[in-house]
Design a protein around this ligand. Sequence first.
Ligand code: SF4
Length: 120
Amino acid sequence: MKSTDNVSRRKFLGFGLTALVAAPVAASLLTARSATAQADLPKVDEADPVAQALGFKADAATVDVAKFPKRAGEAGAKQFCHSCALFQGKEGDEFAPCTMFPGKAVAKGGWCNAWAPKAA
Ligand code: SF4
């Protein structure tokens, strides 16, 4: 075997080991960056005209159920952003994007009149 073969093999193995180490590190950095990006989104302002039209409240317990009867009663009391099909977060996220409010985040305990159940 020639010494140039050994050098090429070492370079190849070195590249492979680097890739093995770098891929999980890069993946975890991307995940952390994505979580940070979500956390950095501005929160929906309840005074926003769209939020007001939809009766959005960051705390679902404060929804005016006389004005938004969808959240009244036993079934309504179970409606929260975290159980809404439009909530883009995962289990445990305190805030997450909502497709009703592009570029903004809603609290998991929030609610608005566009609430729709997540698919089972
Ligand atoms: S659409 Fe769903 S997730 Fe978005 S604010 Fe309304 S209830 Fe919350």
